[in-house]
Design a protein around this ligand. Structure first.
Ligand SMILES: [Cu+2]
Length: 301
């Protein structure tokens, strides 16, 4: 019943085709029969009922047996496809996907993490799903997989990329203002390229501050290139004056180290004009990480 060598796409597509084509055949058959009956037995042509038939055992056996076989077939294929989606191949690589409002972070066995998911072509990947806050949904249309990411609950999906390329990951559960921006990319690489990426030191030459922003999912809402997202962009922010609401009163603040630290640790203290007060407080960031982020932002012109 279960075949571990096939991909999730190969498990889902034939079932979909089977369901769709049986529905199509029924739709056409019923519609054509209905139209034919309307024409054939219309009142002007047959004003009186002509049939005296009160029952037909064969007909009743056929219309009971055929639909039963059909729906049991649907059940069988649906169930075996479901088992394929739930049974992870033994040699699968483990990746943890951490969802938070509103970004994805992918963590590998060696501790490496990334806002993009890199996978080797030809190796099944088990994605263990974790949520930091609310219910999200891990959805990869290209591989026909979708699974809720529920806080406090263990859940997983698996897939195998058969050719190199970029594939989308969406969040399939409405999780707040930035939900539609909660998009990540899966890059399927040839195995050598993947392993050289995996074994490269974290950050690969980029600043530690940037790596922290990525790891903590800040970049889901704050861009580094000036483009607007759910929150203000971080580019060129340092040293500017921003209009905020502090304690219910409008105020103008200069973005300095103290303001940046306050905005990370207690974002509700001063809300920037034009943005909703939705950023979660960061209560678990070590002082050194905070310094590294502020240091990075000071130089992000
Ligand atoms: Cu979400």
């Amino acid at each position: 019943m279960k075949n571990q060598l096939i991909t999730t796409t190969q498990a889902v597509d034939p079932i979909f085709t089977f369901l769709f084509s049986s529905c199509l055949v029924l739709l056409l058959g019923i519609t054509i029969a209905m139209i034919w009956f309307v024409v054939r037995y219309r009142r002007s042509r047959a004003p009186e009922p002509t049939s005296q038939v009160s029952g037909n055992v064969w007909l009743e056996v056929v219309w009971t047996a055929l639909p039963t076989i059909l729906v049991m077939g649907m059940f069988y294929y649906g169930w075996s496809g479901y088992l394929t989606l739930r049974d992870v191949p033994k040699n699968a690589m483990q990746v943890t996907a951490v969802a938070r409002m509103w970004s994805w972070n992918f963590i590998y066995g060696n501790g490496k993490n990334s806002g993009k998911m890199y996978v080797p072509v030809g190796t099944p990947v088990q994605v263990n799903l974790e949520s930091k806050d609310v219910v999200h949904g891990f959805y990869m249309p290209a591989f026909k997989i979708k699974r809720d990411v529920v806080p406090g609950m263990k859940n997983h999906v698996w897939f195998v990329a058969t050719k190199p390329g970029s594939y989308d990951v969406f969040c399939s559960q409405y999780c707040g203002t930035g939900h539609s921006a909660m998009i990540a990319t899966v890059e399927a690489l040839p195995p050598e390229q993947f392993y050289s990426w995996l074994n490269q030191a974290q950050g690969g030459g980029e600043s530690p501050g940037r790596a922290i922003l990525e790891k903590r999912g800040c970049l889901g809402c704050h861009s580094l290139d000036g483009s607007p997202k759910v929150g203000p962009t971080l580019k060129g922010l340092f040293g500017t004056q921003v209009k905020v609401t502090r304690g219910g009163q409008p105020a103008v603040v200069t973005v300095d180290e103290a303001y940046l630290k306050e905005s990370i640790v207690d974002p509700g203290a001063a809300i920037v004009e034009g943005f909703p007060p939705i950023m979660p407080a960061t209560t678990d960031m070590p002082g050194a990480e905070l310094e590294a982020v502020v240091e990075y932002l000071e130089h992000l012109k």
